[in-house]
Write a protein that binds this ligand. Structure first.
Ligand code: 3PY
Ligand code: MG
Length: 257
């Protein structure tokens, strides 16, 4: 029997920050390498990355084989992606642009089996990844898989309390770039500006009040530190291509030293 699937929920219950890489390149060979970096997991970006579902399947398998949690940022809040990603062996889905309670409820419905939601059965790869027999997977799946609503607009901020109180939702995940764009009426991307941080503090408080995981896209050491100070613990550390650039820049710098 295969090893048990990574228990992301148990890991996130600790206050230790969880820093993960964010993949945009559709490559299982690269995912196998990225999963072995000194970070805690890998998220496949199906919204702004170049990763489609048939690319994601072998990438998720490669990440699971490395013993790290595989996560997916969906293209949109569609009813198919969460079940499909979990069926393929991912343990978390992060859904963009959740702006209302109704959208958050639709997300949970797509991601969870009854009685919480209406996920459809057919996770044959998930059975292998979890090492569980079908009846046990059905009992464990709503705990083994996590669903995050992205808060990244002024509209979402206005509905924050309702969204955060959605039954079955596991976490909030801030997209600070889109959030700063809507906060500035389209004037700027300012991930760590005062207006963004002030709004993010509200998101962290709503997560805490509703016992949700507080997550955010960091992308740089500066952002990770700033968001960590606000109480965010589930943080996208850096995009795959940026990690390559950082590695090369660090090599250049150490050759000069
Ligand atoms: C944002 O910052 O808006 C994101 O969606 C992160 O990719
Ligand atoms: Mg965004």
């Amino acid at each position: 029997m295969a090893a048990a699937q990574f228990d992301l929920r148990a890991r996130l219950a600790s206050s230790e920050p969880f820093l993960f890489s964010w993949m945009s390149v559709p490559s299982a060979a690269l995912a196998a390498q990225v999963a072995r970096l000194p970070l805690d997991g890998v998220c496949l970006d199906m919204q702004h990355g170049m990763i489609g579902f048939s690319d994601a399947v072998p990438m998720i398998a490669a990440i699971n084989a490395a013993g790290r949690p595989a996560m997916v940022r969906a293209l949109w809040n569609d009813p198919a992606t969460p079940g499909q990603a979990f069926d393929a062996g991912a343990v978390a889905v992060i859904s963009p642009m959740i702006n209302s309670r109704a959208q958050a409820e639709a997300l949970v419905r797509a991601a969870k089996y009854p009685p919480i939601g209406a996920r459809s059965w057919g996770g044959y790869t998930a059975l292998q990844a979890s090492g569980l027999a079908a009846p046990d997977y059905l009992k464990a799946a709503n705990r083994l898989t996590m669903v995050f609503a992205m808060i990244e607009t002024v509209e979402a901020l206005a509905n924050l309390d309702d969204i955060a109180a959605t039954p079955g939702l596991d976490g909030l995940f801030v997209g600070p770039s889109d959030l700063s764009i809507t906060l500035s009426g389209g004037a700027r991307v300012d991930k760590t500006g005062p207006q963004t941080l002030e709004a993010m503090a509200r998101v962290a408080a709503a997560a805490q009040k509703n016992a949700l995981v507080a997550g955010a896209f960091g992308g740089s050491a500066e952002a990770i530190k700033a968001f960590g100070k606000l109480g965010f613990t589930f943080l996208a550390a850096a995009v795959d291509v940026d990690l390559l650039h950082m590695g090369a820049a660090s090599l250049r710098a150490s050759l000069k030293a």
